[in-house]
Design a protein around this ligand. Sequence first.
Ligand SMILES: *Cc1c(COP(=O)(O)O)cnc(C)c1O
Length: 224
Amino acid sequence: MNHIIENYQEISARVNELSQGKTALLAVSKTFPAEYIKTLYDYGIREFAESRLQELEPKAAALPADIKWHFIGHLQSNKVKKVVPLVSVIHSVDSVSLLDKIDRAAMDFEHKVDCYLEFNPGGEDSKTGADLALADEFFERAAQCSPFCNVCGIMGMAPLGASEEENRSAFRKLRELLEYANSKFNLNLTQLSMGMSGDYEIAIAEGSTVVRIGSAIFGDREYV
Ligand SMILES: *Cc1c(COP(=O)(O)O)cnc(C)c1O
């Protein structure tokens, strides 16, 4: 499985070059077996992203405890109490009520979690993320989170099948939203989680601070 390490090194070098060291590379391990993660773990990588609780649970149990897990998939409210204690970061907080529940669980478990507010920058075509029209309400609630729930930034995806220009415009919208949040609300959002295997170079050019890369590191997924 040396190709995984080679792929990681190659993408990491590209990300560093394009961002002058300002963008982090997050390995998205969803759908790939625990041995693949262990390969990168042994190489020194400690942060991985999963998108479903039923996959995260067995992997977290089987792999070393010092891994920092990121949750990037749609999070149903009835799974919050199980997900929060397992993860360090949640990228997919897509509603005020979900943020409420995460904040409450983080307090109950006294477990600190970094959160990204997920927005849908592409309009109707894309499935995930809060509507931009709900941003004010979302930011107001975010400014009131407990110290256990650290809202650190914004996450978003370009619409499926978007052109390069549509990608760029989606990422730009997210960056402008971050600037808006910091100027109008009592927030200090510093992180932009945007860019995947197919569009991370554009995302970096538009100010991404963390790219979430799966298939370009681990190979093609058999299912999504
Ligand atoms: C699967 C997934 C990724 C990684 O996608 P690749 O195209 O394999 O790099 C990134 N972000 C989210 C939210 C995902 O679900």
